[in-house]
Design a binder for this molecule. Structure first.
Ligand SMILES: [Zn+2]
Length: 386
């Protein structure tokens, strides 16, 4: 018995490869062209797919049609809460965004969430009956729909279900860590799209990441895996914001760069701006900045080697400031990486690849998580019966 209907399988393929021709879909799925034509006609009638004619390709090519999202089809709502602001984006099948609302963070979690709830309601009014799931990305540790700890936002124990208001309360509300969503985005549509197992690392205020295996994030027992910045790869005498001593973050963050440059410790609210400034100075050729960036790059490479030894990914994707370190401190990063690998790995180590999406990645991943849920037989039946 197939676990997923042919209709859901075809929709997943179109979501992955929007614009795929009916002929290619038939080949990819090993279905007859007659069956694909029949499924397409049904899904078009259900406002799930659209088809448009394409030019014939090659001498013996026959006209075929390209499959895309229906203009009145189901939408995912991706909510991204970042350190400096938030945005809410409606996303259709295939990943195209239809509208975005953005705002700055308020002083309290409650007022920020109230502003986001208003944006969700506005989207529901703009796309009546089309939004079918909401996913919220948070720069912190999330259990279920609760933000357990988001030090950059100073949010602790904040329940995200207060985002629902009126009709949106009936929708599935998913929540997750920004780096986990970004890892999913890179694995599905970005730099890790061809890898079965990838390790994604992202640095902003601290380092986070995720392992993606066979298309899904490895979440751990409680979905809390991926706090790689809190591995004890740092200086044991330094205390991390998480409360532990010797976290890897303490060798990679703004305070570490400031120590290396002999500058005063940047204030909490200015850490990200400080790192940006040092990276810009290094990029412009300022020698003390280059030295600091190269030392931090080596600390990153050393830790990546440990993770590769432990986790065996096919590729390592570096996002956020890690991508800048890969560019500006490439030599020390690679040298430390190779030196830290077990010798059998050194001949053909997993490549270190810059992330493709960066600040858009958490939203793309959040929408992917929604469509994983929506392109399922029960959810599709609910769409048809609505
Ligand atoms: Zn820590």
């Amino acid at each position: 018995m197939p676990t997923r209907s042919r209709a859901a399988t075809l929709l997943r393929l179109v979501h992955q490869q929007p614009g795929i021709t009916r002929a290619d879909a038939a080949r990819t799925l090993g279905m007859g062209t007659g069956l694909i034509a029949e499924l397409t006609a049904r899904l078009t009638g259900q406002h799930l797919l659209s088809e448009s004619p394409t030019a014939p390709s090659g001498a013996r090519g026959r006209p075929t049609t390209a499959l895309t999202a229906h203009p009145d089809g189901p939408l995912a709502l991706a909510v991204v809460i970042a350190h400096e602001g938030w945005r809410v984006t409606a996303v259709e099948l295939g990943g195209r965004t239809l509208g975005e609302t953005a705002g700055s963070n308020h002083r309290s979690a409650r007022s920020t969430l109230r502003a986001i709830a208003a944006a969700i309601t506005a989207n529901q009014e703009a796309f009546p009956d089309r939004i079918r799931a909401i996913a919220v990305s948070v720069p912190g540790t999330v259990g279920g729909t609760r933000v357990l700890q988001a030090p950059g936002l100073e949010w602790h124990g904040v329940e995200l279900n207060q985002l629902c208001a009126g009709a949106s309360c009936a929708l599935p509300l998913l929540a997750g860590n920004d780096a986990s969503f970004a890892a999913l985005a890179e694995a599905r549509r970005g730099a890790a799209a061809t890898a079965r197992t990838s390790l994604y690392l992202f640095i902003e205020a601290g380092l986070g990441g995720a392992v993606v295996d066979a298309g899904g994030v490895v979440g751990g027992a409680n979905g809390l895996a991926g706090e790689f910045g809190h591995l004890p790869f740092g200086d044991r005498s330094r205390r991390c914001v998480c409360g532990a001593f010797g976290c890897w973050n303490t060798s990679l963050d703004a305070h570490s760069l400031a120590r290396l440059r002999g500058e005063p410790d940047p204030k909490h609210a200015h850490e990200v701006t400080y790192v940006r400034g040092v990276l810009a100075a290094a990029s412009a050729g300022v020698v003390p900045a280059i030295d600091a960036v190269e030392q931090v790059s080596a600390e990153l490479g050393r830790g990546v080697a440990g993770l590769v030894n432990a986790l065996d990914p096919e590729v390592v994707i570096l996002g956020g400031f890690a991508r800048d370190l890969l560019e500006l401190g490439s030599r020390p990063l690679h040298d430390a990486y190779v030196a830290g690998l077990m010798s059998f790995r050194r001949g053909d180590p997993p490549s270190l690849i810059p992330a493709r999406f960066d600040e858009l990645a958490p939203g793309i991943g959040a929408a992917e998580q929604c469509f994983d849920l929506l392109l399922d037989d029960d959810q599709l039946s609910a769409w048809v019966m609505r």
